[in-house]
Design a protein around this ligand. Sequence first.
Ligand code: CP
Length: 307
Amino acid sequence: NRSLVTIAEHSKEKILYMIEMAKQFEAHPNRTLLEGKVVATLFFEPSTRTRLSFETAANRLGARVIGFSDPKATSSSKGETLKDTIKMVSNYADIIVMRHYLEGAARYASEVTTVPIVNAGDGANQHPSQTMLDLYSIYKTQGTLENLNIFLVGDLKYGRTVHSLLMAMRHFNPTFHFIAPDELKMPEEYKIYCRSHGIKYVEHTDFSEEIIADADILYMTRVQRERFTDLMEYERVKNVYILRNKMLEHTRPNLRILHPLPRVNEIAYDVDDNPKAYYFQQAQNGLYAREAILCDVLGITLDDVKE
Ligand code: CP
């Protein structure tokens, strides 16, 4: 089926095609392309942006939405398996958007149903719809995805958004800078992925004005408290890097600051008014990227969405 489980399955052509589709939806967000369809949003983990933007996207396309955001209020709290839940919801919905705390849950769900599954985040693994909106945001702000210096900052161990982003960027000759404390470094499997796909990367533990001087994209991330088994360790690293306005004075004019949000403390509030701050527009781009995803998994093409 046409599930979106990982962005690694998208070719360069497919990514550029999805960006073109998102552009169409930004120009004309309110459409009737999904009239008569039902979109289920199953959120086994908390969310603000992903769930609400998928639901808004479905509503703007004329679909109806069912789902839950509190798994304790569902039969999974009585012991129903994920497999049974997915098989049940498949009888009601045309698309299932699912966030789950287990890595691989979206892949598993896609194997037990013929209804398209959209992975809205599976543990520390992948967040492909976030990546589509990140790519769209990078494309809009830089005019290209090619040959960029992309700095990933913060929790590179548990941050699923950075894992997905680096896989998607393999087509575009990026240079990555991984800025993380030792406890939160990019996992070895992703560094192996970079090496086997010819992706250049440099690792740093310092986060300073000098280090980010030639950045095109500064991608800040939250330290993912919910993934720590030892909360004392979280307390030690939680405020490891904080971006402040002063650090941006000598950065490139085209630099844009992205953050998947929510932020906790890693971007000072005074940065919000800096023209290089782009994280709220980035979240808005999520609506258009997700309209494109909902259409694509149902086989609606770019030609169908062009007005
Ligand atoms: N970026 C993101 O996934 O945000 P939410 O957790 O609020 O959905």
